[in-house]
Write a protein that binds this ligand. Structure first.
Ligand code: ATP
Ligand code: MG
Ligand code: MG
Length: 377
């Protein structure tokens, strides 16, 4: 079988690697030049995109910001999973908020802004601690601005001056005082079967994910069930097929949706070593019509992103249960170069292993690692 993935980054690469043992051949599309490439070597494959689409059993995406004309072409084949509508919801915060409202899924107080002067109304309605998000093309905290007090409003307005808000509106959210960030990742197949992984806890730094721990520390059964209910409502509401990720804020015992990602997700990378069947494997199964695998966790896992750094000792692999996933990219600021999965029998052991790991890494690039290790111990 063949699967064509729009986007040629690490997520397509990990789908490729998981497809190999199942006899699923994954090709990637570099959406900038519309060429078909090998997901690992990135070498161009001499086949037209139209041919690759015709040859594929399923088409899917590794990120939501795929140019719309390509999504439309993919959708016309009848083989795009998740659907174009689901991808476009994930790519556009206005559509996303509309979906959450339609399905009655709780999220944080917000307003859509199409003219800069509406920001004054936002402060009136939502308070002066705000997070302003471009409705399209944002990721890893790009395309966001923060307001911490009213006096900063003129500066914020001038920072936003050049934007065409009629075309790409802003979504202005109340800055939440959440207890922590978690995510629920699951999969829905073509028969409507839904399976969900345990909640992961996610630690961010400057708007970017640094560490995930799964199952999240101290999660009650009720909270897991609440997350699963949110997941099922969204997946069924979109008639979703494939892996879907839902980022959540935990406020006490209440979960609020931050955003959804219509694809495999960074906070699900732990599944490569901590679950019987990874998110990549399950995604391929869902989009090709194969039976889904278990979404369990057989160990406690941590996933550590390697961001903007390539100089460290591979001797970290001497730590039992430590796995390195390298994406083969050149270093750039904020760029995800790879990740490390660490598995353990319990949280205290995981804490010990993360402390051991910190000895092998240039710690300035891993600002969350030592504090997380100490917390788990
Ligand atoms: P991603 O790479 O996950 O797609 P993104 O650029 O789409 O990121 P968000 O997930 O919307 O951005 O926000 C990035 C981070 O900023 C969140 O994980 C959270 O830490 C913080 N954040 C976002 N919205 C809020 C909010 N309303 N209140 C408080 N913090 C927030
Ligand atoms: Mg996002
Ligand atoms: Mg996010």
């Amino acid at each position: 079988m063949q699967v064509l993935v729009y986007g040629a980054g690490q997520l397509a690469q990990m789908m490729y690697l998981e497809g190999c043992p199942m006899g699923i051949e994954v090709h990637a599309v570099d959406v900038k030049n519309e060429q078909v490439v090998h997901p690992v070597s990135k070498q161009v494959i001499e086949i037209s995109l139209a041919h690759a689409i015709a040859n594929a059993d399923a088409l899917t995406v590794e990120f939501e910001h795929v140019p719309e004309h390509l999504l439309e072409q993919a959708s016309r084949s009848g083989k795009l999973f998740p659907s174009i509508d689901a991808v476009l919801i994930g790519a556009d915060r206005v559509r996303e908020k509309r979906l959450l409202t339609r399905l009655g899924v709780k999220n944080c107080a917000h307003q859509v802004v199409t003219h800069i002067d509406q920001l004054d109304e936002c402060v009136e309605a939502l308070g002066e601690r705000l997070i302003v998000k471009a409705s399209r093309d944002g990721y890893d905290g790009y395309g966001q601005w923060r307001l911490t007090e009213k006096s900063e409003l003129p500066a914020l307005k001038s920072a936003l001056q050049g934007l065409d808000l009629q075309t790409v509106p802003l979504v202005v959210e109340q800055m939440l005082e959440f207890d922590r960030e978690v995510s629920i990742i699951g999969v829905r197949d073509k028969q409507g079967v839904v399976r969900v992984y345990p909640l992961a806890e996610n630690l961010h730094h400057k708007g970017q994910l640094h560490v995930s721990v799964a199952p999240a520390f101290n999660i009650t059964e009720a909270l897991q069930q609440q997350a699963e209910a949110i997941f099922t409502t969204l997946a069924e509401g979109m008639e979703y097929i494939g892996v879907l990720a839902v980022e959540l804020f935990q406020c006490g015992e209440q979960l609020l949706v931050n955003e959804i990602a219509p694809r495999v997700h960074n906070s699900g990378h732990w599944t490569l070593s901590g679950s019987d069947v990874s998110q990549f494997n399950n995604h391929l199964r869902a989009v090709t019509g194969l039976p889904l695998g278990r979404c369990n966790s057989h160990r406690i896992s941590a996933m550590i992103n390697i961001i903007a750094c390539s100089a460290f000792s591979s001797d970290l692999l001497s730590i039992p249960g430590c796995h390195l996933y390298w994406y083969g990219k050149t270093v750039r600021e904020k760029r995800k170069m790879g990740h490390i999965n660490v598995t353990a029998e319990n949280y205290a052991e995981l804490g010990d292993k993360l402390l051991a790991l910190s000895e092998y890494l240039p710690i300035e690039y891993f600002p969350k690692l030592v504090s997380e290790a100490k917390r788990l111990k």
